[in-house]
Design a protein around this ligand. Sequence first.
Ligand code: CTP
Length: 466
Amino acid sequence: MKENDKPVKVITYGTFDLLHEGHLRLLRRAKALGDHLIVGVTSDQFDANRGKLNVRDSLMVRISKVQATGLADEIIIEDYDGQKVNDIQQYGAAIFAIGSDWEGKFDYLADYCRVVYLERTAGVSSTQLRAETLGITRLGIAGTGSIADRFVAEALRVSGLELEAVAGSDPQQARTFAERNGIPRACADYGDLLATVDAVYLCGPNEQHFEQAKQALESGVHVLCEKPFTLSAEESCYLYALAEERGLVLLEAIKTAYCPGFIRLVALARSGVIGRIQCVDATFTKLALPGAPELAPPYGGSVTELASYPLLAISKILDCAPDTVSFDSFGLDEGVDGFTRISFRYPSAIASATVAIGAKSEGHLNISGTGGSIYVPAPWWKTTDVLVRFEDPSRNQELRFPYAGDGLRYEIAEFVSMIRDGRGASYKLRAKDSAFIAGIIGRFRGSGGRFDVVPGSVTVPLAAAG
Ligand code: CTP
């Protein structure tokens, strides 16, 4: 085995989730190719970044299982694309070995060492084991609008989920939707849908969310509900209490809350890196086309449709109750608010959420602190670029985060893993965030209708706000 008396090093890589016979056979054969086996195990972050969601074992568990095989002489962590090129050189590997499912994909490594594809063991995979050991969540979709199509495309990326049925207000539309998306059943009514699923995604009209979520929870069905989740803090709290009482998962589908960049942004802002936070300004605008449901009173309008995003950022970043909120709006002829700025006063900060369906504005997020600022350029709600700025520019940082596909896969993966693990709450979007968001939307809707064609302004003390 030895070349010039130097041990022949072999290197291989994998996630090695739920370590199985296929992994063991691969490691044995890789080891037999040389004298010293180096195993690269993917980090959780790396897997998440390349869209491999729902890996069951944590990095530490996966490493200890590989170690327990007694086959690895050295274990390293694979954390970025292209790392193999560096590792092979750094560790002096003479052979790169990998299963034949990767045939041809790593030929480029032949510039650095010998590349060997080992025949994959038939009939076993981590994907299959995850499905067998964790069970499948059968999901129903209530709603057939464009977000439902986007949801289906993203749900296919998440393991442990099966799209079972769809229901909508128009049965013909539901049938067409089911056919288009390969969903086995279209249900004539929502009750039928609930009878045959474990979980439901609610993406119908805003005003139906509360009643549909309540009915689902009362029927023992987990709920993932589109924003706006409910139209008052009371409704929101009622549903969370009901879910807790029934031991069910209830989650609001604001995709931003679950995407990797936003989670890191919030942690960064809360870490004190820019000092004490004094101001948060977040903007989200989306021009509505004539006749769009967003323009239809009484459940359309900028705040009801769009405010969930900036309010989420304010709730997570300031994480305490505001003293006052005021609304400044321009109404549209349709009778809904077309442009609204929601302004908050907190004990030691201020914040604003600017939303519009009748005007356009740059969709960015700016956080001002006593020692620096954090700026997220449009579209901040996808949070790919985060700029941390200081008076001394040599301290400035530019961070970049992945945002895979349409981004909905992150919220779907969180929902499925909560169901699977029996986890009733998510730190990514807490019941108190949902209640805050619904409370502010409810306040606006109840504040005397600032939907006149002339601008209106009203300040509401929030002492009793949820
Ligand atoms: N492997 C194998 N035979 C199997 C499964 C995996 O030889 N039945 C090999 C892969 O080709 C790779 C290594 O084991 O070289 C690690 O693969 P990994 O992706 O972690 O395992 P999978 O079971 O393929 O995982 P998944 O189903 O999540 O893709």
